[in-house]
Design a protein around this ligand. Structure first.
Ligand SMILES: Cc1ncc(COP(=O)(O)O)c(C=O)c1O
Length: 374
């Protein structure tokens, strides 16, 4: 890769794509995190298919503190949301069936679905709706073997939240078509401001089978600890059957590591501190972006509502690939071209707002000539 070649030649490449919170220079309470792993109960192996009840209760209590209702008995713990996606594909699909996946979005869906013999069929998020879901558009793209619709709330990398009106239409559509809704809310806590229209998929009405996914990767910035969860809601009969089958699937994989399950409650207690540190980082980097990409520039910072990413709309004199390569070769700054997330149009460039503040400022400083007003 070009960045590695440049680094090998001695260049100081500034990486504005950092998405790993454990490398972002955040002040973690390290001793407490490690101490939580030393619970003596972890010395016993007491597997339960859904995952330790106390840990599910801790997750539900955490959701309650955020103002959402999750029921421990309607929840299963997994090693990650990625594992939970796999369980849901097994639950909902026969080989050759399809799941509808948003475009642009998180690029892992196709890979995860393929591993389960399931096809992903994309439906577009509309730029005119600030990358929101248009149900008519979803219907136009609906595969006849589709079993579920995936949503990312807020979407990565566009930072768009699902709104109440949209949620109701999606529920009605999914119920009418016998589709399940799979809603990935790993970034839900990282809103950049208030907006009463936003809704978590934990909120009803649950007319269709609804799966909400989240985990410690983003909410506690602990991806290495490997704990995710899936919450099941929906009409009682469907929900009961889905939970029974999911329990069977989860049981086949055996439970999440006991030290992690026993530590979860304590880790969840300090999420406000780490989330605050991340929100501050994101806010400062957005300020820098606003200072460097000024009004009158041929570049534009795309509006967004939350998450850890920012998108820049680039003048289309180059493709996004060419822009990313120019940044790297000429300025030794690493960014992501929009096609990583499958944007339908040129030319978008993504930067991670989790990047250390100094690196972010210096990186954008190197590029400031390009962003200058024309
Ligand atoms: C939208 C989204 N979902 C899930 C994940 C991964 O979560 P986990 O570590 O729980 O598999 C990511 C990681 O970047 C993500 O962006």
């Amino acid at each position: 890769m070009a960045a590695e070649r440049l680094r090998a030649a001695g260049a100081r490449v500034l990486d504005l794509t950092l998405s790993n919170p454990t490398r972002a220079g955040l002040a973690y309470p390290e001793a407490e995190i490690l101490a939580a792993l030393g619970d003596a109960r972890s010395l016993r192996y007491e597997p339960t298919a859904k995952g330790l009840l106390e840990a599910r209760e801790a997750v539900a209590a955490w959701h309650a503190r955020q103002g959402a209702v999750a029921h421990p008995e309607q929840m299963l713990l997994a090693a990650s949301t990625s594992e939970a996606y796999g369980w849901l594909f097994k639950l909902l699909c026969e080989p050759g069936d399809a799941v509808m996946a948003p475009r642009p979005s998180y690029p892992l869906f196709e890979c995860l679905a393929t591993l389960d013999g399931v096809r992903t069929v994309q439906y577009p998020l509309l730029e005119e709706l600030r990358w929101g879901v248009d149900v008519a558009e979803l219907e136009r793209h609906l595969d006849e073997r589709a079993r579920a619709v995936i949503l990312v709330n807020p979407n990565n990398p566009t930072g768009t939240y699902v709104k109440r009106g949209e949620w109701l239409k999606l529920q009605e559509f999914a119920a009418m078509r016998g589709l399940a809704l799979i809603v990935d809310e790993v970034f839900f806590d990282y809103a950049w401001g208030e907006d009463g229209r936003r809704v978590s998929s934990l909120e009803g009405p649950h007319l269709a089978l609804t799966f909400t996914l989240s985990g410690l990767s983003k909410i506690a910035a602990l991806p290495q600890m490997k704990l995710g969860w899936v919450h099941v809601a929906g009409p009682e009969e469907l929900r009961r059957e889905a939970l029974e089958r999911l329990e069977w699937i989860a049981d086949s994989y055996l439970p999440v590591s006991a030290p992690v399950l026993h530590a979860a409650e304590r880790w969840l207690e300090w999420t406000p501190a780490v989330q605050e540190a991340i929100q501050e980082r994101v806010w400062r980097n957005r300020q820098v972006l606003g200072e460097v990409v000024q009004e009158g520039s041929a570049w534009r910072v795309m509006p967004a509502e939350g998450g850890w990413m920012a998108l820049l709309d680039a003048p289309r004199i180059h493709s996004e690939e060419e822009w990313a390569l120019e940044f790297l070769e000429q300025y030794q700054v690493l960014v992501q071209p929009g096609y990583f997330f499958d944007f339908q149009r040129e030319a978008l460039v993504a930067v991670s707002l989790l990047t250390g503040e100094e690196e972010f400022r210096e990186g954008l400083g190197r590029l400031s000539r390009i962003f200058r007003p024309v």
